[in-house]
Design a binder for this molecule. Structure first.
Ligand SMILES: *Cc1c(COP(=O)(O)O)cnc(C)c1O
Length: 339
């Protein structure tokens, strides 16, 4: 599209040509529908509005040097959305319908997939929510599944960079036996106050510890944490963090680079021993951490003195991006070519 400034896109919403919808009622999913409108007509007593019966996903499509469009780990997102349905008693969207809807929305909006050179991509947002009217606290018997897309700019405008995080023990993101392991909107609403506070103090986000003991590392804002030391990739094992598909991919790549991978409880003091650290997720792939300030204990864990990312973060970042854009062979079957 000639009138989009691809290299200056933000991580924001831009209208595209259409979105795909599918509704669930009478115990079954209907046909995929193509809608041009960005709006929907929803019953005011829908369970999503009152009782938070909602989940979403986030994945991306990339245009390669060869002009082809590739979608990264679509099936994993479909399966994770099924987990979120189990956690909120929503109807499960079958993997085939999820994949068909994602492929369709990308194909129909192909002119919005940014060119290779821009470093931008097409963000894909599937969302599932209770649409049936209910006043008693019960799961809905009607659901709506929508997939829309929007082009997004490269996360790192001025190149790959580190940012600071802050530990503040007065906020929790999710409870050990709670909803943290599901990708649901409620977790995000619950994190807005802490996130705003961190931003006001000049941090990129809050660094959460486990809610029960405040002893172990949970997540960095809405991204998974990993630390690097002694040629080892260490990432938390916790019942209250979201299983990031980016993290899962980085663990595989780290092993291939000859590193050890450990997924285990990480005590907060262990932060002092990491040579590098990063937050990971679809938006940035890796957002390397400059330092983590422990606000309550007046301590700082510093990973980068000059503000530059470490060599292993950089290597992992480049490798994953190369697979996503098709510069490197997809040996793990992570990529779906849009035909
Ligand atoms: C989506 C999300 C992530 C990142 O997951 P990816 O699959 O890598 O995008 C991490 N933490 C939370 C809380 C999330 O919602």
């Amino acid at each position: 599209m000639e009138n989009i400034d691809w290299s200056n896109l933000a991580f924001g919403y831009m209208k595209t040509d259409c979105n795909i919808r599918c509704t669930y009622s009478d115990g079954k999913w209907g046909e995929l529908e193509v809608h041009e409108s960005e709006y929907l007509s929803l019953h005011m007593a829908a369970t999503s509005l009152h009782y938070g019966q909602e989940s979403f996903e986030g994945l991306k499509a990339f245009r390669g040097k060869d002009g082809k469009v590739r979608i990264f780990r679509m099936k994993d997102n479909a399966l994770r959305m099924q987990d979120s349905s189990a956690g909120t008693l929503m109807a499960r969207i079958p993997v085939e319908i999820f994949e068909e809807a994602v492929l369709k929305v990308v194909k129909l909006n192909e002119r919005f997939v940014p060119p290779y050179e821009s470093g931008a991509s097409l963000y894909i947002r599937p969302v599932l929510f209770g649409s049936g009217a209910q006043i008693g606290v019960r799961p809905s018997n009607e659901y709506m599944f929508i997939v829309f897309v929007t082009p997004v700019g490269p996360y790192f405008k001025g190149g790959f960079q580190t940012t600071p995080f802050v530990i503040m023990r007065e906020y929790d993101r999710s409870a050990p036996l709670g909803m943290g392991k599901y990708k649901v909107g409620g977790n995000y609403a619950a994190s807005l106050v802490a996130g705003e506070r961190a931003h006001q103090l000049g941090y990129s986000n809050i660094f959460y510890l486990d809610a029960k003991e405040k002893k172990y590392i949970d997540e960095c804002g809405a991204a998974n944490f990993f630390g690097i030391k002694d040629n080892t990739y260490v990432t938390p094992k916790s019942s209250s963090i979201l299983p990031s598909i980016t993290n899962k991919s980085l663990m595989v790549l780290a092993k291939e680079l000859g590193m050890k991978v450990e997924q285990r409880a990480i005590p907060v003091e262990e932060l002092a021993t990491f040579e590098e650290a990063g937050a990971c997720g679809t938006a940035a792939v890796i957002s390397p951490i400059q330092r983590i300030d422990d606000f309550d204990e007046n301590k700082s864990y510093i990973f980068s003195h000059d503000g530059k990312p470490g060599p292993i973060c950089e290597k992992l970042y480049n490798k994953l991006r190369a697979i996503q854009y098709g510069d490197e062979a997809d040996t793990h079957d992570w990529v779906t070519l849009v035909k």
